[in-house]
Design a protein around this ligand. Structure first.
Ligand SMILES: NC(=O)c1ccc[n+]([C@@H]2O[C@H](COP(=O)([O-])OP(=O)(O)OC[C@H]3O[C@@H](n4cnc5c(N)ncnc54)[C@H](OP(=O)(O)O)[C@@H]3O)[C@@H](O)[C@H]2O)c1
Length: 244
């Protein structure tokens, strides 16, 4: 039976490439983007490569979009096998190089959490009944190494000075969701994991990032296609476990 996947925030960057690589494995992928036109244009690009991809309008902060996505997937496929919570924003002024903790406006912290944390919970809860109908449901939460409190609290760690407060703690909270959800689902076939894609050359990662987008999608694809004896409740980059 053909697997059905949904990738959020997939009109560009790591999400778009994740859709491509999942579809190259014969998985039917719904490509989510907050703008319907962008989702259809991106899907058309991959369809032209012969890949089984369709666009879907999905802003993860929109209750209506989440409801409609769940209804559409239920009506068309009756289940969901893979959910990749890829959509994310970085709103801290100065990006990763500046410690924004003392100045970041609370409204930006809330806005960041709306997409990076609350949106993930809302969408995942709405789709859980469909994931529970899969024989092997997989949930991948796009975290970041910048979520790691262990590394942030360790002078000399590679991320010690990368303190974009709102972004980092939204991903730390997301890691908390991964651990709690994995526990809640531990007696089911569903696996839930956090992914650090690497520092990747996307709009968010910037031009100095060392990793190409094709490699940046690999961790998400690995975790989305884990075998039955694979891990759940973990935090990974290319098969390596990261410290929480
Ligand atoms: N690049 C890196 O080095 C890196 C490192 C660690 C983790 N990550 C994580 O990897 C994921 C993908 O990042 P990327 O580098 O590919 O970033 P990107 O190129 O900036 O793409 C982010 C995507 O998320 C979408 N998005 C943002 N808010 C959304 C919302 N509320 N609803 C739906 N879609 C939304 C954007 O849509 P629009 O086009 O509409 O804006 C865009 O398609 C993110 O979660 C990011 O935090 C990236």
């Amino acid at each position: 039976m053909t697997k059905i996947a949904l990738v959020t925030g997939a009109s560009k960057g790591i999400g778009f490439e994740t859709v491509r690589q999942l579809a190259q494995q014969g998985i039917h992928v719904l490509l989510g983007a907050r703008d319907l036109k962008k989702s259809e244009t991106a899907a058309a690009t991959l369809q032209a490569e012969g890949l089984p991809v369709e666009g879907i309008a999905l802003d993860v902060t929109s209750t209506a979009d989440i409801f409609n996505a769940a209804q559409t997937i239920e009506a068309k496929y009756g289940r969901l096998d893979i959910l990749v919570n890829n959509a994310g924003v970085l709103l801290d002024d100065g990006g990763f190089g500046v410690n924004t903790t003392t100045t970041v406006p609370l409204v930006k912290v809330r806005e960041t959490f709306d997409s990076n944390f609350f949106g993930v919970i809302a969408l995942t809860q709405a789709l859980l009944p469909l994931l529970q109908k899969s024989e092997a449901g997989r949930i991948v939460n796009l975290s970041s190494i910048l979520a790691s409190l262990t590394l942030h609290a360790t002078p000399g760690s590679p991320i010690y000075d990368s303190k974009a407060f709102a972004y980092n703690v939204s991903k730390t909270a997301l890691n908390g969701y991964t651990v709690h959800l994995a526990h809640a689902l531990k007696d089911t076939p569903i696996k839930v994991n956090s992914a650090h894609p690497g520092w990747v050359k996307t709009e968010m990662g910037g031009e100095y990032a060392p990793m190409e987008i094709a490699d940046g999608a690999k961790t998400s694809v690995q975790l989305a296609t884990l075998p039955a004896d694979g891990p759940s409740g973990g935090y990974f980059h290319l098969g390596e476990t990261l410290p929480w």
